[in-house]
Design a protein around this ligand. Structure first.
Ligand SMILES: CC(=O)N[C@H](C=O)[C@@H](O)[C@H](O)[C@H](O)COP(=O)(O)O
Length: 223
């Protein structure tokens, strides 16, 4: 499955409850459009979106379940019950928060459950090279730069661009595939990520969040 992802584009089709395109119908259409355009895979959030996309297209899906649990910071597939929902909806790969943010269950336990009980591939969403090293040691199959700039520890470093330094560091230190994800807004940035050694690229907002694209146009028109 992953061979086909080499140097490919995975399109993240996500719209949370407060976004205009929220709902499985819209996300299924986005995924169909991405498939038509040549995407090798889809990343999607939540049982209903994943289920609708699974029923409609046959590309591999990275599934997540975003859930804010009071008292904890990890929100991307934070617990075993989230992973089970993602698997039941039909995802092929389950992505999880693999940072050091506070979480309801240990990372070891969650990874063990996904690989052992659910029999799925685990993608570790990380924010630092140290997170990536730990994720690899714990048996994750893939690592993504997804959470760079989105944790307390990395927030100050966040820019409007992708974190290419983190990508370089992970590629240098790990032997599992590294996926470039987060704030990739142009084909040039996606190409640069591949040149730096990314296994493949995940793009979300720049393709599937029209409100973001509109804002970026307006910003660009001011300069
Ligand atoms: C931090 C977080 O919650 N990231 C989420 C992870 O699934 C999504 O909201 C992003 O859209 C996705 O990572 C793709 O990134 P971008 O939309 O920047 O291309």
């Amino acid at each position: 499955m992953l061979e086909k992802w080499k140097a490919g584009l995975v399109v993240s089709c996500q719209a949370l409850e407060d976004e205009p395109l929220h709902g499985p119908h819209f996300m299924e259409r986005m995924a169909r459009a991405a498939q038509e355009g040549g995407a090798v895979g889809i990343r999607a959030n939540g049982f209903h979106d994943i289920q609708a996309i699974r029923a409609s297209i046959d590309l591999p899906i990275i599934g997540i379940n975003k859930r804010k649990i009071t008292g904890f910071d990890a929100f991307i597939t934070p617990a075993k019950e989230d992973a089970r929902l993602v698997q039941e909806a039909g995802a092929d790969i389950i992505a999880i928060d693999a940072t050091t943010q506070s979480r309801p269950e240990s990372l070891e336990e969650l990874i063990h459950y996904i690989k052992g009980e659910l029999g799925k591939v685990v993608m570790a969403d990380v924010s630092t090279v140290a997170d990536g090293i730990r994720a690899q040691q714990l048996g994750c199959d893939l690592v993504g730069t997804t959470l760079a700039g989105y944790t307390q520890a990395t927030m100050q470093k966040k820019s409007k661009d992708p974190d290419f330094d983190l990508l370089r560091g992970l590629v240098d230190q790990l032997h599992i595939p590294v996926i470039a994800e987060g704030r990739i807004h142009t084909p040039e940035q996606a190409r640069k990520a591949l040149q730096l050694g990314a296994f493949c690229v995940v793009v979300g907002g720049a393709i599937t969040r029209p409100q973001e694209i509109t804002r970026r146009f307006l910003e660009g028109m001011k300069e």
